[in-house]
Design a protein around this ligand. Structure first.
Ligand SMILES: [Zn+2]
Length: 128
């Protein structure tokens, strides 16, 4: 899989990510959406080329630092790394612009999700 954001950043990854949908309030604020939805890859399977602008944000939920990388040309989030998992690269699924992208493998913190959000039944549900 390859993600290209404008001409500034190109990311090549392994063939199949772990896909996570998060329902934390911090995920809402991080993404500007009703939930976070990202593909996570082991760092050694990710090749990143080009320029990005970095911003470290502390989670509203637990203070965990998250390092976001933005395309310097258009401002889109291209990837980020959680302080608790520095060996994992998370890429917002929307950044792939692929309607055939796999559905989430995990759905986390569903007790906090918006009532109208539907989760595929085959996803592993986790409320921690
Ligand atoms: Zn861009």
């Amino acid at each position: 899989m390859t993600l290209r954001s404008s001409n500034a950043v190109s990311i090549s990854t392994g063939p199949r990510p772990v896909v996570v949908r998060r329902h934390r309030r911090a995920a809402d604020r991080d993404t500007g959406s009703a939930f976070g939805f990202q593909a996570r890859f082991p760092r050694e399977r990710v090749s990143i080329e080009g320029r990005s602008t970095e911003f470290v944000r502390r989670s509203d939920d637990d203070g965990e630092p998250r390092t976001f990388h933005f395309c310097p040309d258009c401002g889109a989030t291209v990837y980020y790394v959680l302080g608790s998992a520095p060996d994992v690269v998370a890429i917002p699924v929307g950044a792939f612009a692929d309607p055939g992208f796999p559905p989430p493998d995990f759905s986390v913190l569903e007790s906090r999700k918006h009532a109208w959000v539907m989760v595929p039944p085959e996803a592993q549900h986790d409320d921690c």
